[in-house]
Design a protein around this ligand. Structure first.
Ligand code: CS2
Length: 496
């Protein structure tokens, strides 16, 4: 098959084989700035927005994607080479691939190259919404203090160099200051990260920074900026070389960085937009008054479920989430964790059907075509445990409920942080805190509770005797018998 480079010029070549944008991209103005143009954004918000642009032909809701970090140079160059176009490949449950070229990213900027340009774009009157996928760790929240972490050297850099910032907080502060000086009114800052109360978190962390960096801006922000909470969901594994080559072979699309994802998608948003918003509800998003139930359900079941399958599966030598969940004992363990420890903490959530949701998760995790990398799931676990798992633990402790399954996963994480799986093979660990995790993991061989000393992750958890006892028992059992044997014993103890 003849292949063509994906770009505006060649776009029509692909219309026979895949869906392509049916709207005139040259007429779409950016009304949204998005920071963090990774796979998830491209499978989720940019997908919804592409669908919307098919309906609202006059739409000024195109996206300007910002690559914020030096690490993001590759995605920036790809988008630039491809005029913002990329292919979204949905891996259906029966193995079919549904492909479409997405056109909603109409501009792209690379912050390290030209920070002022990024600030100016964020302060452009056409921009009504600034959306963020900056990862769980990107909010710079310290679990130990419950506050913004001013010790972060990048934050200190931004405080000293306000004109050439590096962090999202430095950029937003400069942009909002410029909006104020221009006399512009409202703007919305919308988090799309997996954090309970992600809008509130974005607001709290930004205001903490602004109070120090630009104190006179605080009241303007309070009056002019809204921070809606939202629950975002679509499993988006990392794209691999086979995804790229088979797209080329089967569809003739030479796309340097397509995105692969599952068919399921969900976006539940609090309707709190300071300067208008796209009618995303016409393309499947839900606008509700209270997002809390949806967020709680998703973070504590889906994301936590991923972490459980990831940490246990990685230690056992599995490479993908479907392999892990297709081990019957691991699946039963996850079932028990969800039913015995998570479900009681979600009692009384309105508007959601928990039983159906849990069932659907097992099917989603089990999709054998997705091949979601365990390495991806386990990456940055130090930012994930405090959001996905520990709120459940704390609630269960408060209510004197079971914490043995969660404690087992934490113990497995301590052992995982030593860096080898149960077959002695090195684990590929990517975590901003890996230095301290590894030090504490080594110290834990003598005294398992050392790992719980990491206050930035565990807060005050080490003070709970119930948790510490369950954790220590699990630690010793896993060290002696391995994950699978322990899991079988735990599952059987529930049956009996
Ligand atoms: C995953 C999420 O990174 C993780 O640990 O749980 O990326 C998950 O795939 C998404 O939140 C799905 O919406």
């Amino acid at each position: 098959m003849k292949t063509y480079k994906l770009n505006n010029h060649n776009l029509s070549q692909f219309s026979e084989v895949v869906s392509i944008p049916q709207y005139d991209r040259s007429k779409v103005k950016a009304g949204i700035v998005h920071v963090g143009v990774g796979g998830f954004h491209r499978a989720h918000e940019a997908y919804y927005t592409d669908q919307l642009l098919h309906k609202e032909t006059e739409g000024n809701w195109g996206i300007c994607g910002i690559a914020l970090l030096e690490y993001d140079a590759k995605i920036y160059n790809t988008l630039k080479d491809q005029d913002g176009l990329y292919t979204l490949i949905v891996k259906e449950l029966d193995g079919t691939l549904t492909k479409r070229v997405i056109g909603s990213i109409v501009e792209y900027l690379y912050a390290p190259e030209n920070p002022i340009k990024v600030v100016e774009k964020m302060a452009n009157p056409d921009i009504k919404i600034i959306t963020l996928t900056i990862t769980e760790g990107g909010y710079n929240y310290s679990e130990a203090t419950g506050e913004f972490n001013f010790e972060n050297s990048a934050i200190q850099f931004d405080l000293e160099n306000p004109q050439a910032p590096k962090t999202i907080f430095g950029f937003l502060t400069q942009a909002l200051k410029m909006r104020k000086e221009k006399g512009l009114k409202g703007v919305t800052i919308q988090s799309c990260d997996n954090i309970q109360g992600n809008g509130q978190m974005a607001e709290k962390m930004l205001l903490s920074y602004v109070k120090v960096a630009e104190p006179t801006l605080v009241s303007w922000i309070n009056e002019n900026v809204s921070f809606p909470n939202a629950m975002v969901d679509r499993i988006t594994p990392a794209t691999n070389a086979t995804d790229i080559s088979s797209l080329k072979e089967t569809s003739g699309i030479d796309d340097a960085w397509p995105v692969v994802c599952e068919p399921f998608k969900q976006w539940v948003i609090e309707d709190n937009f300071a300067a208008g918003r796209p009618a995303w509800e016409t393309v499947g998003a839900q606008f509700v008054d209270d997002v809390v139930p949806f967020e709680k359900m998703k973070l504590s079941l889906l994301n936590a479920g991923h972490t459980v399958l990831g940490i246990l599966g990685d230690l056992m030598g599995y490479a993908t989430i479907d392999e892990s969940v297709h081990n019957k004992e691991i699946q039963n363990f996850l079932h028990n964790y969800m039913n015995i420890e998570v479900t009681p903490t979600l009692a009384g959530l309105e508007g959601v059907n928990l039983e159906e949701y849990k069932e659907s998760l097992l099917q989603r995790f089990g999709n054998i075509y997705i091949k979601d990398q365990i390495d991806r799931i386990c990456s940055e676990s130090s930012a994930k445990f405090p959001i996905f798992i520990l709120p459940t633990v704390n609630k269960q402790l408060e209510n004197k409920g079971s914490v043995q399954f969660a404690a087992f996963v934490v113990a497995a994480w301590a052992i995982y942080s030593l860096g080898k799986n149960e077959n002695g093979k090195p684990l590929l660990i990517k975590d901003a805190m890996q230095g301290i995790l590894n030090d504490k993991a080594i110290a834990s061989k003598e005294n398992p509770t050392e790992f719980l000393e990491i206050a930035a992750v565990f807060g005050k958890l080490k003070e709970s005797k119930t948790f510490v006892d369950a954790y220590t028992t699990s630690y010793q059992n896993i060290t002696k018998n391995g994950v699978e044997k322990c899991v079988i014993i735990m599952n059987n103890s529930i049956l009996n």
